[in-house]
Ligand binder design. Structure first.
Ligand SMILES: [Zn+2]
Length: 327
């Protein structure tokens, strides 16, 4: 019998046996879902975790060059963000919202930033489990923020990029105080949830914010795809939290969950659909390997995009963002 590592219940948990499907080794791992708090978790944490993160793991690959808008458009985007920070409901802002689209990273940032611009721009950020480079911190740098630190025990070594300083270490080795600590799809990879969240609480200023973005259960995708749900990503995802298990883990570390947002996109739908057909994430015939040589059609992608938006609105999506505040 397995004991839940979040609520410590050792009742009759249900077991599942998903396969490794990102690289397609097809090795099966045992997971169980806690009957009490709902947390889906790997039964035994692999002793050789690092072996499951080969050098071609996505967060360690160099960032792809992105198409940039012209300089004027970029300035308008920054203005739109500055307006958001100033919390102005001006006519200018209304115009900007209508005509200026923000890049994905910026759209992710702005809802979570302090509403007061002057205070907001002094915010110090720590991104935990950022991989080799943090798209989040680099987007914040572009917006004008200057206190930016990213940590990951698996990065090749300490380095610096502009104002972002990267350190190869675990959160337990970080010192200082931060106003904003983020886990962008990293907490589910970390064996000790309690120690990690407690470390985050210690590093967070008393009026700070901790943002935890993770795959979650229950969801439409877990119901529909079961062990073929991409969110499981066996054996790298050690925990698939429920709202209740996140609340329990957060409370034990001295946090309250202030808000929950759902923020999935079409990627998990596409990948899960492929896993059903035994197509690995980065295997042959995968949408993520070649757009020309895959079974996923552009019409399906559009459909999945619409479905993702609906699932977010209905809170049945498979990815959520938990906004934690010190209790
Ligand atoms: Zn539990």
């Amino acid at each position: 019998m397995s004991t839940c590592r979040i609520c410590h219940d050792d009742g009759a948990h249900r077991s599942f046996f998903p396969k490794e499907m990102q690289f397609g080794t097809q090795v099966r791992f045992e997971y169980f879902q806690c009957a009490r708090c709902g947390c889906l978790q790997i039964a035994e944490i692999p002793t050789d975790l690092a072996a499951h993160y080969p050098p071609n793991y996505y967060s360690f690959r160099p960032a792809e060059a992105r198409a940039r808008h012209g300089r004027l458009y970029r300035r308008l985007q920054k203005l739109r963000v500055a307006n958001r920070l100033a919390w102005k409901r001006s006519a200018l802002e209304a115009l900007l919202w209508r005509f200026v689209e923000l890049p994905y990273e910026w759209r992710q940032c702005t809802p979570y930033l302090p509403a007061d611009r002057r205070r907001g721009m002094r915010t110090s950020f720590l991104d935990v489990g950022c991989g080799e480079r943090s798209w989040w911190l680099e987007a914040l740098e572009e917006l004008g923020f200057g206190s930016l630190t990213g940590v990951d025990p698996f990065m090749r070594g300490d380095h610096r990029s502009g104002k972002v300083s990267y350190r190869r270490c675990d959160i337990s080795e970080v010192g200082g105080r931060y106003d904003f600590i983020s886990f962008h799809h990293s907490l589910e990879h970390i064996p000790d949830q309690d120690a990690t969240l407690r470390a985050a609480r210690t590093l967070l200023s008393d009026d700070g914010t901790c943002l935890v973005r993770v795959p979650v259960v229950p969801s439409y995708l877990w119901e529909k795809y079961g062990v073929c749900w991409m969110g499981l990503d066996a054996p790298r995802h050690l925990y698939l939290h429920s709202r209740e298990s996140m609340r329990i883990a957060a409370a034990r570390a001295g946090f309250v969950v202030e808000r929950v947002f759902f923020d999935m996109d079409e990627v998990t739908l596409i990948a899960s659909e492929q896993y059903l057909k035994d197509i690995a994430m980065f295997g042959a015939r995968s949408y993520f390997t070649s757009r020309d040589d895959c079974e996923i059609t552009p019409a399906q992608v559009a459909e999945f995009r619409t479905l993702a938006a609906t699932l977010n609105a209905e809170e049945r999506a498979d990815c959520a963002a938990f906004l934690l505040r010190p209790a």
